[in-house]
Design a protein around this ligand. Structure first.
Ligand code: HEM
Length: 248
């Protein structure tokens, strides 16, 4: 295994991960991960495993569900799908060679479509926080020890903030949108200290997945079936996610 130096962000503190054979052998006598906090404390194996499981879970269902919803929005609107396909041809060329990493940023329409998917179907619907100091909200004081909850799903649909909020319209992000002017109007990745660390990675993987799928297949809804949201799971998945596709 080739080992080198790297950094990871956890709980907003920087830990140095030393992928270094010497260190690993010195402390563990084997090849695994050693993480040293800034204060010099070494994390236990349990803490490291916990962090990795957290990363895996935080990144997997959120991304796959978002990817599925994006598929339904695209399948349900032929015009949008043609536009997304056309963008692939423009960016990659007519014979559609394999996607290159640098081309991802030029896929602006796909980017906006993903952004709009996350507005209407944020996989995490609520974020809870324990109140540590009294908080005044809308004239009410929330006492210490109580829970506060913020919901991207609600914030993304506020009539007073968004134009025609129920409409899937990727072009709403072409101009200055509520996401720019209202601090917490658009928060699918959360906000503040525990904001998602995987946003860029999520965009990269979902855009890659759909670049491949869009160029290979044409999608449509089966008898117009657009799945309702399954609110019984923590990550809000499409209920009975079936879709029709044919090879291009
Ligand atoms: C569409 C994809 C994703 C969405 C919508 C999403 C959303 C979120 C949200 C809302 C939070 C904040 C939770 C809170 O404040 O209670 C969060 C935190 C987090 N996310 Fe994501 N996430 C996505 C993908 C990823 C990926 C791909 C990774 C890692 C590879 C990741 C890693 C994390 C981690 C580690 C945290 C906790 C950060 C902390 O507590 O400091 N997420 N994510």
């Amino acid at each position: 295994m080739k080992l080198g130096g790297s950094l990871v962000l956890c709980n907003k503190r920087w830990f140095v991960i030393m992928w270094n054979r010497w260190l690993l052998h010195r402390y563990y006598g084997c090849c695994c991960i050693a993480i040293i906090c800034r204060d010099g404390r070494q994390l236990s194996d349990d803490e490291i495993v916990g962090m990795l499981i957290g990363l895996l879970l935080a990144g997997q269902h959120t991304s796959s569900t978002t990817s599925a919803w994006l598929g339904f929005f695209i399948a349900g609107n032929k015009e949008l799908q043609d536009q997304a396909y056309g963008e692939q041809v423009t960016v990659r060329g007519h014979d559609l060679p394999p996607l290159e990493f640098d081309q991802l940023k030029s896929l602006e329409f796909l980017d906006r479509s993903l952004k709009e998917t996350l507005r209407l179907r944020p996989p995490i619907m609520t974020m809870m926080r324990m109140v540590k100091t009294p908080q005044v909200v809308g004239g009410y004081t929330v006492p210490v020890g109580h829970q506060l909850c913020v919901s991207p799903t609600v914030n993304s649909r506020l009539e007073e903030v968004w134009d025609n909020p129920q409409l899937f319209n990727p072009d709403r992000f072409l101009d200055k949108s509520a996401a720019d002017s209202e601090k917490f109007a658009y928060i699918p990745f959360g906000a503040g200290r525990h904001r998602c660390v995987g946003e860029s990675f999520a965009y990269m993987q979902i855009k890659t997945i759909w670049s491949v799928l869009l160029t290979k297949y044409e999608f449509s809804l089966i008898d117009g079936y657009f799945p309702p949201v399954n609110y019984s799971t923590m990550i809000h998945t499409p209920t009975r996610p079936v879709i029709s596709y044919k090879r291009r």
